[in-house]
Design a protein around this ligand. Structure first.
Ligand code: HEC
Ligand code: HEC
Length: 102
């Protein structure tokens, strides 16, 4: 390897290291962001109204429909507390949260 090439490579490596130290915060927070945790299985949807086939947990239409109750979490009289969504919003909720088996 020519001496010039070696010097160039070393300068590039230091450059990368420098960029990394500047953006370290961003890199780290990107990894620690509340991504969906894989160790835990997604809880299955409970049968909120077993007598209503079109109840909020009985079928999935859009994520907006689910987020009506789960964006912030609400207390629903006679039904319980809808927990606030603890992770980032994904478009297809039921790819992980299975609908109650009918
Ligand atoms: C009308 C409000 C409402 C809507 C709409 C709604 N939920 Fe829920 N959700 C609740 C309530 C209330 C609970 C708590 C049930 C309990 O504690 O037994 C709950 C609980 C949950 C849970 C925790 C597991 C469980 O079932 O106890 C998940 C996950 C969930 N909902 C996801 C969803 C998804 C996905 C959708 C869209 C298909 C959705 N919810 C639509 C009210 C709602
Ligand atoms: C990639 C898989 C995945 C998708 C897609 C997904 N979730 Fe989840 N969800 C999880 C996992 C895993 C947990 C459990 C996290 C924990 O307990 O820390 C969870 C937990 C929840 C909880 C809290 C349940 C409780 O008992 O506290 C709610 C509410 C919820 N999700 C709603 C939703 C909604 C609404 C959508 C669609 C916008 C959605 N999820 C999409 C994987 C997913």
């Amino acid at each position: 390897m020519k001496k010039e090439t070696l010097v160039f490579v070393i300068i590039c490596l230091f450059g990368l290291l420098f960029v990394f130290t500047i953006y370290e915060q961003e890199f780290m927070s990107a990894f620690s962001k509340k991504e969906i945790i894989n160790e835990k299985p997604a809880p299955q949807l409970s049968d909120l109204f077993s007598d209503r086939p079109d109840g909020p947990h009985q079928k999935f239409s859009t994520k907006e429909n689910c987020l009506r109750c789960h964006e912030t979490g609400v207390e629903i009289p006679g039904m319980g507390k809808a927990p606030k969504i603890p992770h980032e919003v994904r478009p297809n909720c039921i790819s992980c949260h299975k609908l109650p088996a009918n």
